[in-house]
Design a protein around this ligand. Structure first.
Ligand code: G3H
Ligand code: 13P
Ligand code: NA
Ligand code: ZN
Length: 316
């Protein structure tokens, strides 16, 4: 069945790599993620956002993820499959987390990062107390990412304050902590001319305060420029799309960062493939003729991420 994050994170920290957390909203994304992770022998966190629940229905996504456990076995040469977590991404409140915990998710995030500190602790603690009764792991967040976090748009980020993390982790009982060190959601993370660096120095400070505690990085797409180019050459209009350098994520993965969230890069890979089909073969109208190439492009991208960026390949 699905597993929680406990053992996966412990192994990742010891091994100096990060587990990929890839968002999915439909069958093709789920298949691409599973194929990539089986072929690279990587554990995987399948994550479902609020937007995904609204788009695809929580129940359908849950059964798709449960089906993925069997699917991974079927496509594994040794028949063993890989560890799979079904995780709620950016849970907005206790009720949403409870609904996911009650309905088969093995991990949830309660995102109280927009709340005042004490309220964040209170809401997070409430989710932890409920989740742990059922063996479900919980991710909390301290600090605010720039960009769009679901409906909440943060104009500027507030980096996580290292002085707060020990208290937060102790009082909430969370299993992992998402931090803000300059990553952000979406494909436009930096303005042209800005220094596109994340604050690895703050990460190091945080690690000193909570040694060996699992850290999560959201907003970790790199916005590959070859994909942006294909999109723009085939009728797209993405101007100044900039992401986090993969070298910085590789460095972070070697630390206590053991979960790295990637969604936007996958969206770019699928869009590039679909635009190419539409542009080069305008007579095609069978969805499999463009969703198929999109699925292949997504799989290839995520295989490369597992091998070259996260270092999770071979750790299933
Ligand atoms: O947190 C952001 C993820 O990329 C999910 O995005 O809310 O549009 O599904 P979404
Ligand atoms: P990106 O938009 O950088 O892919 O971040 C995804 C994310 O953090 C999902 O929670
Ligand atoms: Na790590
Ligand atoms: Zn996120």
């Amino acid at each position: 069945g699905l597993v929680n994050t406990k053992e996966l994170f412990a192994k990742a920290i010891k091994g100096g790599y990060a587990i990929p957390a890839y968002n999915f909203n439909n069958m093709e994304q789920m298949q691409a993620i599973l194929q990539a992770c089986v072929e690279t022998q990587s554990p995987v966190i399948l994550q479902v956002s609020k937007g995904a629940r609204e788009y695809a229905n929580q129940t359908l996504l849950r059964y798709m993820a449960q089906g993925a456990v069997q699917y991974a076995k079927e496509i594994s040469p040794d028949g063993k499959g890989i560890p799979i977590v079904l995780h709620l991404d950016h849970g907005p409140d206790f009720e949403t987390c409870k609904s996911c915990i009650d309905n088969g998710f093995s991990s949830v995030m309660i995102d109280g990062s927009h709340l005042p500190y004490e309220e964040n602790i209170k809401e997070t603690r409430r989710v932890v107390e409920y989740a742990h009764q059922f063996g479900v792991t919980v991710e909390g967040e301290l600090g605010v990412l720039a960009g769009v976090e679901d409906d909440v748009k943060a104009e500027s980020h507030t980096y996580t304050q290292p002085e707060e993390v020990e208290d937060f982790v102790k009082r909430t009982g969370v299993d992992s902590l998402a931090i803000a060190i300059g990553t952000s959601h979406g494909a436009f993370k930096f303005k042209p001319g800005e220094n596109p660096k994340i604050r690895l120095d703050i990460l190091a400070e945080i690690e000193k305060r909570i040694p060996g505690f699992p850290i999560v990085l959201h907003g970790s797409s790199s916005v590959p420029q070859d994909l942006v180019k294909i999109i723009n050459e085939n009728g797209g209009k993405l101007k100044d799309a900039i992401g986090i350098g993969e070298d910085q994520l590789r460095a972070a993965a070697k630390s206590a960062v053991c979960k790295i969230n990637i969604d936007s890069d996958g969206r770019l890979a699928m869009t590039a493939a679909i635009r190419k089909v539409f542009n080069e073969k305008p007579a095609e109208f069978d969805p499999r003729k463009y969703l198929g190439p999109a699925r292949t492009a997504l799989k290839e991208l995520y295989k490369r991420k597992n091998i070259e960026v996260l270092g999770s390949a071979g750790h299933a």
